[in-house]
Write a protein that binds this ligand. Structure first.
Ligand code: S3P
Length: 450
């Protein structure tokens, strides 16, 4: 289904070797959090390298509605003057988060323990996504909600004036749920604890500490780890430098592996272990990726990568690694199509509730480009055809999902026949410069005749 009034199809064709050092925009997860924590801090927060894309800009508008003063200076630095923990104001309008599950779920957490009501909505994709996973733990703090059946948006959340701290074990490996609970815990007296059986991205914990909160992380044995936050801290405005988004870097990276003759370099790639699953898996598949200049920048390990076109071989990914590459499975599935042998990916249940049912969308897309695959409720098997073996030629439905669009455009650069995606409009939710950046590397992209 295409949901834009004027869908923007694009075709990707066989390309010469890609070359260059593309500039990858800021990390989406860290950008959302910088705006939210800046809005909850006292004093000025400055943010350099913020991702200026639809999802994050919606979070900026919402935090303004909730009382924060947020501006961008002509040099591109964002300045946030926050209201302090517990200081959010009741919004006078509906909060529209567009396509962003992260934005809406984290903000729900932040207001759940404030004495105000807010009504949330989003685009057709976001209105299909489950919110019950955050509403349930937020109700334990005392928040109330009223909305559609199944916890779907639009819904109204009434924060509580008398919050209770909560101990919550995550039933799904979701950094969004973990973060919503921790954000609610900020304005609850006492200690809020989240137990996560599998490690999910830890940017919230890092940023809470950066802004001055006390967070302790302990090994909870077979239960995973327990993250505890002392409630009602004073958060203080800080400087945040957002590193490039590894989930965006994944697209030119895989493109360079697949298009024969390519060699590109990627600077400052974030190697946070809760985000680095794709690099490990590609390396196992025979990808030629060399790392240099590993260093710490703003609390995150980054390194420069050089990526050379490679003959890939199939692999199996285990469920434990899935959270550290949850957004990278569409592009890994494309890489698997160009590998020798059958790749099996396990532990993919969460893909069903992303911007689209990503498991179904990937499987359908692979079918469109002539690849045989099989999927189960939480797994996918892809029969690879090797370098130069992918037929291509199909038209892929993107289902309002930026990562489906970008993944199949990458496939088209190395397939025998061009691959068309039905709508590129949603790419701007996370990576507005994707098309010109890929063209600058040498990718052949063209708008099909109407
Ligand atoms: C995100 C967490 C992930 C990821 C999303 C960003 C975050 O979702 O898919 O793109 O910033 O916390 P889940 O935590 O729901 O898996």
């Amino acid at each position: 289904m295409s949901a834009t009034a004027n869908p923007q199809p694009l075709a990707a064709g066989k390309s010469p070797g890609l070359a260059g050092n593309p500039r990858i925009p800021g990390d989406k997860s860290i950008s959302h959090r910088a705006l939210i924590f800046g809005a909850l801090a006292v004093g000025e927060t400055t943010v350099k390298g913020l991702l200026e894309a639809g999802d994050v800009l919606n979070t900026a508008s919402v935090m303004r509605e909730l009382g924060a003063d947020i501006t961008r200076d002509p040099q591109g630095t964002w300045h946030i003057h926050g209201v302090g923990v517990g200081g959010l104001a009741e919004p006078s309008n509906v909060l529209d988060h567009g396509n962003s599950g992260t934005g809406v779920r984290l903000v729900m957490g932040a207001i759940a323990t404030c004495p105000l009501s807010a009504t949330f909505t989003g685009d057709a994709s976001l209105r299909r996504r489950p919110m019950g996973r955050v509403l349930e733990p937020l109700s334990r703090f005392g928040a109330e909600t009223m909305g559609r059946k199944g916890g779907l948006l639009p819904l109204t959340l009434k924060g509580t004036a008398n919050p209770l701290p909560v101990t919550y074990e995550l039933p799904v490996p979701s950094a969004q749920v973990k973060s919503a609970v921790l954000l609610a815990g900020l304005n609850a007296p006492g200690r809020t604890t989240v137990i996560e059986p599998e490690a999910t991205r830890d940017h919230t914990e890092r940023m809470l500490r950066h802004f001055g909160a006390t967070v302790s992380i302990t090994d909870a044995g077979r239960q995973g780890r327990a993250i505890s936050l002392d409630g009602q801290p004073m958060l203080t405005g800080r400087a945040v430098v957002v590193p490039p988004d590894p989930s965006s870097a994944a697209f030119p990276l895989v493109a360079a592996l697949l298009v024969p003759g390519s060699k590109i370099s990627l600077s400052r790639v974030m190697l946070n272990p809760t985000r680095a699953g794709l690099l490990a898996v590609l390396t196992r598949m025979g990808a030629r990726i060399s790392k240099s200049n590993e260093r710490i920048e703003s609390g995150e390990t980054v390194a420069d990568l050089e990526v050379t076109a490679s003959a890939l071989r199939a692999t199996t990914t285990e469920p434990e690694i899935a959270p550290s590459m949850i957004d990278e499975f569409p592009i890994l599935a494309v890489a698997a199509a160009f590998a020798e042998g059958t790749t099996r990916m396990n532990g993919l249940a969460e893909l069903r509730v992303k911007e689209s049912d990503r498991l179904a969308a990937v499987a359908a897309g692979l079918g469109q480009i002539g690849i045989t695959c099989r999927m189960g409720e939480d797994w996918l098997e892809v029969d690879g055809r090797g370098t130069d073996g992918v037929p291509g030629g199909g038209r892929v439905t993107t289902h309002m999902d930026h990562r489906i669009a970008m993944s199949f455009l990458v496939a088209g650069l190395a397939a025998r026949q061009a691959v068309t995606v039905d709508d590129t409009a949603f790419i701007s939710t996370s990576f507005p410069t994707f098309i010109p950046m890929m063209e600058a590397l040498g990718a052949v992209l063209r708008r099909p005749a109407a």
